[in-house]
Write a protein of this length. Structure first.
Length: 188
């Protein structure tokens, strides 16, 4: 009986501590809320003259709307040489035949590349999604937002369009070897 009473006392104390912390946090957040009718204090006048120049906002991220990122013309993978795509696969489904619902998917795409000149191979990953698939993923995972580098959005699953987007991205980001008749910069 004594053990049961001490366990009950511990639970009551623990519950009371959590309740006190909750009440304190609600009270302190209430103090930090802005109150209607109360104006913020005026900003001090600068002692120098401010020149009106446009400022860039770090919160605004421009979307790249260059034509090569939404063209419908096939890109020749020959331009990637000496690099070539060896294999492409998604983490949750095969590249061919694709996802069960082509209009709603969001998955990580892995692209294995090989450089014939160096014999070096490596793996890149991209996030590919449809708008509906991204929305479904956010709801399914109960996330408010998602962030990923190298994201491609497509209207529906089309392996040719996705491969074209990857090739265009690789062409835009991969260094090309210099031709033999171009002078090289060397330190002497």
């Amino acid at each position: 009986m004594n053990w049961l009473a001490s366990e009950g006392l511990k639970i009551a104390l623990l519950t009371g501590a959590f309740a006190a912390i909750y009440v304190l946090s609600r009270w302190s957040s209430h103090l930090n809320e802005s109150r209607p009718g109360v104006a913020p204090p005026p900003e001090p006048e600068p002692s120098y003259r401010i020149v009106d120049t446009p400022r860039e906002s770090p919160k605004i991220v421009p979307i790249d709307r260059r034509p090569q990122f939404h063209s419908s013309q096939p890109v020749d993978e020959h331009h990637l040489q000496p690099i070539r795509i060896v294999h492409m696969y998604f983490s949750q489904f095969d590249f061919e035949p694709g996802p069960p619902d082509p209009k709603s998917f969001a998955d990580e795409l892995f692209v294995k590349l090989y450089n014939a000149d160096s014999g070096y191979d490596w793996l890149l990953s991209y996030f590919v999604a449809t708008p509906d698939g991204l929305s479904d993923m956010l709801q399914r995972e109960n996330w408010d937002y998602s962030f990923a580098d190298s994201v491609f959005f497509v209207q529906k699953y089309d392996p040719k369009v996705i491969r074209q987007a990857i090739v265009e991205h690789l062409l835009a980001t991969t260094e090309k070897p210099s031709s033999s008749n171009e002078p090289e910069d060397r330190l002497v």
